[in-house]
Design a protein around this ligand. Structure first.
Ligand code: 5AD
Ligand code: SF4
Length: 427
C-alpha cells in the first residue's frame, strides 16, 4: 500500500516538475511516507526523522514532510516534539501537495492537513513507477471493518472504491510501460464495490486486458471471500493461484473480540473451499498472538487452525496496542513474555508447514516469472511460481521478465530449488 502511495505522490510531484534525486543531503525537500499499523513501523520512522533533523540543522532551508498514516495518527505529537517537520499530510491530502509546497516556500509557515475524505480515490493520477515487473494498483482506499486491534480505519478513513474504468485505464498504462504482473491493492480488496460491480467483476475485466501475464491481489477479508471470486480465479489462467487469507486468531471468542466477523469454523470452511476450487492454490495468512484476553487454550485454537490448514506461509505478529483502537482500552493485556513465547511457537510451526507444503511440489513443472538475481549466486535467478513461492535456479538462457518452466527438485528453508526445463518467449 505504501509503495503504491509513494509512487502516486512521486507522480503528483513530477507532474509539477519536481524530480527525485538519490542523495538525501542534496535534496531541497525530503518526504517520508509512513505506516502506523504496528509500533515497530512507527519506531523506524522516528529514527529516520532523527537523521532528517540533523540534515535540517546543517541546511535550515530544506523542507521536511511527514506523509501518510503516521501523520494522521500522531500529528499532535509531531507538532509538539519535532519542530523541524514543516509539513504533515494525511493519506487523503496528497492531491494538494504541490499547492501546499508553494505556500510553504512563500510564507514559511508550517502546514498540517490531515482531513480524511469520503471520496478521495486519486482517480486519474498516474503513479510514477520505476521500471520493473510488478505494478501495484490501488483499487480502493480506507476500511470500514473496524477490527478492534487495527488503526487503519482511523488513519485511512472510510472505505471507498475507484471506478472500474479508471482502474482498467491504469492497468493498460502499466502494461504499455512494460509491466507484466499486476497486483491489485486494498485494505479489503474483496469488498470492492463500484456502482453495481463487485470484486469478481473487476478481476474479470482486468484478466481480459491483453498483456496482463499475471494478476494478483491483496488482501481479502475472509468474510467477503465469495465462491464467485474463486470461480473467476479458476477460469483465468493469468490470475495467479494464490490467496492471502488473514486468520488473525483461531479462537472464535478472540475473533469476536477482534470484531473479525467470522468464526473459526467459517474460516476453515472457506480455506477448504479455496483449495477445492483452486487445487494448487498457495494459501498464506496473517496471525496475531497475544491479543488481550488470549488464554493458553485460545492460543491452542490458533495452533489447531494452523495444523488443519497448513498455510504455505504466514506473517506472524505479536499484538501491538495502538492508541485510539478499542483493544488498546482492554484491561486484560498479555505479558510481553507470553506474547514472545507464543510468537516463537507459531514461527516454528509455520516453518514446518512451509517446508511440508513446498516439498509437495517437488517433481512439478512450475511456471516461474524470472524477477531478480538470487542472493546466493550471480549465476542463479530468483523467480516466483504462480502460487507465490520463490524458486532459485541456474540462469542458463532465461532473462528477467521471462515466464519459464522450472522443474522443482528441492525445498530448503522457505525457498524452492529447481532447473530450467524450457524457456518461454519473453512477454
Ligand atoms: N498488532 C499486531 N498486528 C497487527 N496487525 C494490524 N494491527 C496490528 C496490531 N495492532 C497485523 C494484522 C494485519 C496485518 C497487516 O498487520 O495481522 O492483517
Ligand atoms: Fe485493519 Fe481489519 Fe480493516 Fe484489515 S480489515 S485494515 S485488519 S480494520
Amino acid at each position: 500500500m505504501n509503495v503504491a502511495d509513494s509512487e502516486m505522490i512521486e507522480g503528483i510531484l513530477q507532474s509539477k516538475n519536481y524530480s527525485s534525486i538519490n542523495s538525501i543531503d542534496k535534496a531541497d525537500i525530503i518526504f517520508v511516507n509512513t505506516c502506523a499499523i504496528r509500533e515497530h513501523a512507527e519506531e523506524k520512522v522516528h529514527s529516520r526523522l532523527g537523521v532528517f533533523s540533523r540534515i535540517k540543522r546543517n541546511n535550515p532551508e530544506v523542507i521536511i514532510g511527514v506523509l501518510g498514516c503516521m501523520a494522521q495518527h500522531l500529528k499532535d505529537d509531531i507538532l509538539d516534539s519535532k519542530p523541524y517537520v514543516d509539513i504533515i499530510l494525511g493519506p487523503d491530502s496528497y492531491r494538494k501537495l504541490p499547492a501546499l509546497l508553494e505556500r510553504k516556500i512563500e510564507d514559511k509557515k508550517n502546514i498540517v492537513d490531515t482531513k480524511l475524505s469520503r471520496y478521495e480515490v486519486y482517480d486519474n493520477f498516474f503513479p510514477s513507477r520505476k521500471e520493473g515487473i510488478n505494478a501495484w494498483i490501488s483499487i480502493m482506499r480506507g476500511c470500514d471493518k473496524f477490527c478492534t486491534f487495527c488503526i487503519v480505519p482511523f488513519t485511512r478513513g472510510r472505505e471507498r472504491s475507484r471506478s472500474v474504468n479508471s482502474i482498467v485505464n491504469e492497468v493498460k498504462k502499466a502494461v504499455n510501460e512494460g509491466f507484466i504482473e499486476i497486483t491489485l491493492l486494498g485494505q479489503n480488496v474483496n469488498s470492492y464495490k463500484y456502482e453495481n460491480h463487485s470484486f469478481d467483476y473487476l478481476l474479470k475485466e482486468i484478466a481480459e486486458i491483453s498483456g496482463v501475464e499475471r494478476l494478483r491481489y491483496t488482501s481479502p477479508h475472509p468474510e467477503d471471500m465469495t465462491d464467485d471470486v474463486l470461480y473467476v480465479m479458476a477460469h483465468y489462467d493469468n490470475i495467479c493461484n494464490a490467496v492471502h487469507f488473514p486468520l488473525q486468531a483461531g479462537s472464535s471468542r478472540i475473533l469476536n473480540r477482534m470484531n473479525r466477523t467470522y468464526t473459526k469454523n467459517h474460516f476453515i470452511e472457506r480455506a477448504h473451499r479455496i483449495r477445492e476450487i483452486l487445487p494448487s492454490c498457495g494459501l498464506t495468512t496473517d496471525i496475531i498472538v497475544g491479543f488481550p484476553g488470549e488464554t493458553n487454550s485460545d492460543f491452542e485454537e490458533t495452533i489447531d487452525v494452523m495444523n488443519k490448514i497448513k498455510f504455505d506461509s504466514a506473517f506472524t505478529f505479536k499484538y501491538s496496542p495502538r492508541l485510539g483502537t478499542k483493544a488498546h482500552e482492554y484491561s486484560d493485556q498479555i505479558s510481553e513474555m507470553d506474547k514472545q513465547e507464543r510468537l516463537e511457537k507459531v514461527i516454528k510451526l509455520q516453518k514446518e508447514h512451509t517446508l511440508i507444503r513446498n516439498k509437495e511440489i517437488i517433481g512439478n513443472n512450475e511456471r516461474v516469472l524470472v524477477e531478480k538475481n538470487s542472493k546466493r549466486s550471480i549465476n542463479q535467478w530468483a523467480g516466483r511460481t504462480d502460487s507465490n513461492k520463490w524458486v532459485i535456479f541456474d540462469k542458463e538462457n532465461a532473462n528477467i521478465k521471462d515466464i519459464v518452466d522450472v522443474l522443482i527438485t528441492d525445498a530448503k528453508g522457505i525457498s524452492l530449488h529447481g532447473y530450467l526445463v524450457k524457456k518461454k518467449e519473453a512477454a
